[in-house]
Ligand binder design. Structure first.
Ligand SMILES: Nc1ncnc2c1ncn2[C@@H]1O[C@H](COP(=O)(O)OP(=O)(O)OP(=O)(O)O)[C@@H](O)[C@H]1O
Length: 255
């Protein structure tokens, strides 16, 4: 689904070049749930934005769904969920989910069907007529996930979507996201700062390190796809968390 070969991205800034990504190679298969974890500034967001053709690499090769990243963006191969829900306050929840569909030219009936389906998927049925400010932060983030799902792209790219939420809401949304992933079979790229979140959600955990941003470890998860929250107390989960922590420690430079 996603194939990165020696992808590099150097930003030219007034203070000199910033090597946000250096020789990043990764293959993401259909149906994978891949998390990107690493300290602040290691290039997680930049890599996700590069896959989404929101940034252009300065070196290497990138293919998304068999196309160039730019072609994939135009073919709407992915939905993108940002850190903040980014809902328009003057549109209802249904109106917000509808917006990309309107831009893409879906008919009114098709839009209504799709909105109802994705709202059910994120458990927001019945809230379509509310405005964003009438919903909790967790519900708003679920609405933004519904918006990214509405046009049924195969890939979902999520940049720390639950970072601003409290732990209880985050647990609930992690469970819901896993359920949604199992139901839809989407390929998910997910940026996080949280080791338990990465371990709980992923089939593969990509550990990154900064200066320059690169991949230091790719950890395959031995956990089953069916994961109740209690799996976090099992020896397998704890061992996997330790492996991620070691990877992070290894790659971290303090200079
Ligand atoms: N548009 C830009 N222009 C210049 N430098 C940038 C730009 N975007 C990102 N950077 C730099 O690239 C590096 C990687 O940034 P990025 O946001 O990808 O890191 P991150 O791992 O997602 O960090 P965080 O976890 O804090 O969100 C950082 O040093 C950042 O300052």
């Amino acid at each position: 689904m996603i194939e990165a070969r020696d992808v590099s991205l150097t930003f030219q800034t007034a203070d000199g070049p910033v090597h946000a990504l250096k020789d990043v190679s990764l293959t993401v298969n259909q149906g994978d749930f891949v998390s990107f974890i690493g300290p602040s500034g290691c290039g997680k967001t930049t890599f996700l934005r590069t896959i989404a053709a929101l940034e252009a690499p300065t070196g290497g090769h990138l293919a998304v769904n068999g196309m160039s990243a730019d072609q994939a963006r135009r073919a709407r191969a992915y939905g993108y969920v940002f850190q903040a829900p980014g809902l328009y306050p003057w549109r209802t929840i249904a109106g917000n989910i509808s917006l990309p569909l309107e831009i893409m030219g879906f008919s009114r009936t098709d839009r209504a069907e799709r909105i109802a389906r994705v709202m059910e998927l994120v458990e927001l049925s019945g809230f379509g007529g509310k405005f964003p400010w009438q919903l909790s932060g967790g519900m708003q983030q679920r609405a933004s996930i519904a918006r990214a799902l509405a046009f049924d792209a195969d890939i979902l790219l999520m940049d720390e979507p639950f970072g601003a939420l409290d732990e209880i809401v985050r647990d609930r949304l992690n469970e819901a996201l896993l359920e949604l992933w199992r139901k839809t079979g989407k390929t998910i790229g997910f940026v996080t700062h949280s080791i338990p979140e990465a371990v709980y959600l992923s089939t593969r955990i990509v550990v990154m390190s900064p200066r320059p941003g690169r991949i230091t470890r790719v950890i395959e998860s031995p956990l089953p796809r069916e994961r109740p929250l209690e799996i976090r107390d099992t020896p397998e989960f704890i061992a996997l968390s330790q492996e991620v922590r070691e990877g992070l420690r290894e790659g971290h430079s303090y200079d």
